[in-house]
Ligand binder design. Structure first.
Ligand code: ADP
Ligand code: MG
Length: 251
């Protein structure tokens, strides 16, 4: 969006995710690790953000806390104006079910369910009937139509990842978090997955935050955040993969 367009659409500057001074300490005493050491961010609706940074810099920890899958040691998170860090587990589970989708680094598919059953699980959990057109189109987009009856153990890592991405998108959640969504995919499948996330943002005004190692993937984001030792060291727009690569090499 150009600056002029932004000015003409002030009502779209809706903050979907916000966190203030997030800290997360693992362990105690001399062995304690500060995975997050004070992170404050805002994510407007309808943007695709990439989070990059070296291994161990706190990317997964940040994503898990923003999605209410882990609780911070200190600090707060708001999703669409609701302070999720103040919710009890039950209220948090409901909010997650209604508003959030999550693509895990290691898929987290249910082993006894088929690809298609895994895909529609969030719809079933919400007590709704899957929209078969939507299911077909998602299976098609992630290239899993002919493997819909396979169980996770019968699928490659890349295929499992594609099912988990379709699962995160099936309810059209307002917010999608994805931890290395293209990490186990060849570059063609990686581009397809990125296209899915990009479309979620451009066509459905969803808000997507993804962690990635891949500068090329990150360069398709509206915004790139660099994490280093649990703090944000860069936050801004990027034009090219080379620019992202340079940012990643600064640390
Ligand atoms: P990244 O995703 O950027 O690779 P993580 O968020 O997974 O980094 O981890 C950040 C730091 O926190 C690392 O030092 C990691 O070892 C530590 N850490 C993450 N999860 C745990 C945990 N459950 N228990 C102990 N230490 C953890
Ligand atoms: Mg990680």
């Amino acid at each position: 969006m150009t600056e002029l367009e932004q000015q003409q659409r002030p009502d779209t500057a809706h903050v979907m995710i916000r966190c203030a001074d997030l800290r997360r300490r693992f362990g105690e005493g001399a062995a304690a690790v500060d995975a997050l050491a004070g992170v404050s961010l805002e994510f407007p609706r309808g943007e695709l953000t990439a989070i990059v940074g070296p291994s161990g810099s706190g990317k997964s920890t940040l994503l898990h806390i923003l999605a209410g899958l882990d609780r911070p040691t200190d600090g707060s998170v708001w999703i669409d104006g609701v302070e999720i860090t103040a919710l009890d587990d039950r209220a948090l589970t409901n909010l997650r079910r209604d508003k959030l989708g999550f693509v895990f680094q290691f898929f987290n598919l249910v082993p006894v369910l088929t690809a298609e059953e895994n895909l529609v699980l969030p719809v079933k959990i919400a007590g709704e009937r899957p929209d078969s057109e939507r299911v077909e189109s998602l299976l098609e987009t992630v290239g899993m139509t002919d493997r819909r009856t396979h169980r996770p153990s019968e699928l490659s890592g890349g295929q499992q990842q594609r099912v988990s991405i379709a699962r995160a998108l099936v309810t059209r959640p307002a917010v999608v978090f994805a931890d290395e969504p293209t990490g186990n995919l060849d570059s063609k499948s990686g581009s397809d997955v990125l296209g899915l996330l990009r479309r979620a943002v451009d066509e459905f005004d969803q808000t997507v935050v993804m962690v990635t190692h891949d500068p090329r993937i990150a360069s398709y984001a509206d915004r790139v955040i660099v994490l280093s030792d649990g703090v944000v060291t860069h936050d801004g727009r990027v034009q090219s993969a080379d620019e992202v690569l340079a940012l990643m090499q600064v640390e």
